[in-house]
Write a protein that binds this ligand. Structure first.
Ligand code: NAD
Length: 372
């Protein structure tokens, strides 16, 4: 079997789907790997390193011919799908809701698309879970941005020039990214408060040394995710959080509800009550924002409070984000490739869950619904 890895083309994307280390493992197992020249450059993996690991390094024109599998981070541009042979298996993040027409093109072109973000979050799939690996990166970077954009120290300092009290940091939404943001802010010496609507999240936050803001809301949804709150619950949440947020030096928000716009947790009036020099980092900027004032990809300043809406944070840590992503892909490849041969078992729960298009059909019901 032959795997192709293109250079990512999405603006600002610095990650690469495979690292030289993972290429080395695949090649040892009898898999052919071909990369586009410069594919790893933004993540600091050179063509030479891939070549030494046993890959072919070619120009894009030669990349796809004879490849049965294409590994990417972000989806291939739609015009390029026409260059792939019928039956090619595409594996990567697919963002079907952002461009359902691309999914239709993949289906009509008889391409099989496996969306890494649709892999079921069951124990057996943990080692393939790119949502978790990349959220770990995002949560860490978010805490660093909060520290950097804040006009105050995070740690407590006792110096000849006076004593500095530790910063108060609140993390809202304590999933994978939130937990990493808590841990990172704690390592920087901040006092950390945590808030989530799932009880299990509260326990995990406590174990990382955060104080937990408890409200009489429990919104466990399916598959370990949260459900959307009712209007009444949103009111209770807003009143309680409004009191807390005003006293914070930094707030990091990561709250998501699958298939929905991100919930608004921080309203404009809450930002107004924060002291000048403090900061909100909104990790949900890409899906609508947890803060009313967030502008995706921008930093806005209101009365001295910065509201940061970063996009694609994992890309900022391109080396480790790529290493983790590549390991996730490698673990998934075990379900597709046996002894160097392409032998996918489409009835496997993990592959079945991740299937976006297959045999001319759109396998993912929510995308079919979007296309009407
Ligand atoms: P996510 O990105 O969907 O959401 C982030 C957090 O936002 C969640 O903790 C959610 O509860 C919270 N949230 C949603 N609405 C909120 C609101 N109104 N107010 C406050 N917080 C709100 O979640 P995630 O990081 O992908 O993880 C979700 C769950 O999946 C966790 O329980 C995690 O442990 C579990 N998980 C399981 C596996 C696995 O077993 N393979 C892998 C990863 C994650």
């Amino acid at each position: 079997v032959q795997i192709a890895v293109p250079k990512e083309t999405a603006p600002g994307e610095r990650r690469v789907a495979l690292t030289p280390e993972v290429v080395g493992r695949l090649v040892k197992e009898g898999v052919g790997v071909r990369l586009e020249t410069g594919a790893g450059a933004a993540a600091h993996f050179s063509d030479e390193a891939y070549w030494k690991a046993g890959a072919e390094v070619v120009h894009r024109e030669q990349l796809f011919s004879g490849a049965q599998v294409v590994f990417t981070v972000q989806p291939l541009p739609t015009p390029e799908l026409a260059r792939l042979e019928t039956g090619t298996i595409l594996v990567g993040l697919m963002y079907p809701h952002r461009d359902p027409e691309r999914v239709r093109t993949m289906a009509t072109g008889n391409l099989t698309a496996l969306a890494m973000e649709l892999i079921p979050r069951i124990t057996r799939a943990q080692s393939m879970d790119v949502l978790s690996s990349q959220a770990t990166v995002a949560g860490y970077v978010a805490a660093l941005i909060a520290a950097r954009e804040s006009s105050r120290f995070f740690p407590m300092l006792t110096t000849a020039a006076g004593t500095i009290r530790p910063a108060k940091v609140m993390v809202m939404g304590v999933g994978v990214a939130g937990l990493q943001a808590i841990a990172t802010a704690r390592r920087l010496g901040a006092n950390v408060w945590a808030y989530d609507v799932r009880k299990a999240a509260a326990e995990q936050a406590l174990s990382l040394g955060a104080k937990v803001i408890e409200l009489p809301i429990s919104a466990e949804g399916e598959g370990g995710y949260a459900r959307e709150l009712t209007e009444e619950e949103k009111k209770i949440q807003h009143e309680a959080l409004a009191k807390e947020v005003g006293g914070m030096d930094a707030v990091i928000t990561t709250a998501q509800v699958p298939g929905r716009r991100a919930p608004v947790l921080i309203t404009a009036d809450m930002v107004e009550r924060m002291s000048p020099g403090s900061v909100v980092v909104d990790l949900a900027a890409e899906s609508g924002g947890n803060c009313e004032l967030t502008r995706p990809g921008e930093t806005v300043e209101i009365n001295g409070v910065k509201v940061v809406g970063p996009l694609n944070l994992p890309s900022a840590l391109s080396v480790h984000a790529s290493e983790m992503y590549a390991k996730n892909l490698y673990n998934l490849s075990k379900l597709l490739i046996k002894e160097g041969r392409l032998e996918p078992d489409w009835s496997d729960e993990i592959l079945a869950g991740a299937l976006l298009t297959h045999q001319g059909q759109i396998a993912h019901a929510p995308t079919r619904a979007l296309l009407g």
